[in-house]
Design a protein. Structure first.
Length: 149
């Protein structure tokens, strides 16, 4: 059973998500306490591959001042993602194709561990975004019409 901490809603609007993978994330004690209090954001975060390893950049976890008084905190610290070697190789093979990138989709608890869901994504063009917005509006209108009957 998993409990959602935060998600990146903008990712589904800006990108076509082709595949999704689950990864562990290395965190410090003050980051865990901040996440447990509900203070985390993946809005402008992205994942890079460096030396055969995955890293999360731009994820924002603001420190709790009561929990991190003696530690030098950096809310935008680069965090290593933990996956099995064959999964990393599979992801790297997909990212090496032209136009693909890795985007964090959500941060959640899996048991007592904090996990991150990453997606192999391709950027949308402006007309694709407009099409998504039209489709979303049409679905809302359909629901409204069906509710009236």
């Amino acid at each position: 059973m998993s409990t959602l901490i935060c998600d990146n809603r903008k990712a589904f609007f800006d990108y076509f998500i082709e595949d999704q993978y689950e990864a562990g994330i290395t965190l410090m004690g003050w980051e865990i306490k901040a996440i447990r209090s509900g203070r985390a954001s993946l809005k402008e975060a992205y994942v890079i591959v460096k030396n055969g390893e995955l890293f999360l950049l731009g994820g924002h976890i603001p420190p709790l001042h009561s929990a991190s008084t003696h530690v030098e905190t950096d809310p935008h610290r680069t965090r290593k993602l933990l996956m099995k070697r064959e999964e990393i190789d599979r992801v790297m093979g997909k990212v090496d194709r032209a136009g693909y990138t890795l985007i964090p989709l959500s941060l959640y608890y899996s048991g007592r561990w904090v996990k991150i869901k990453i997606g192999v994504a391709k950027g949308k063009k402006q007309h694709d975004k407009r099409e998504s917005e039209k489709e979303r509006q049409w679905n809302r209108d359909k629901q409204r019409i069906m509710k009236q009957r």
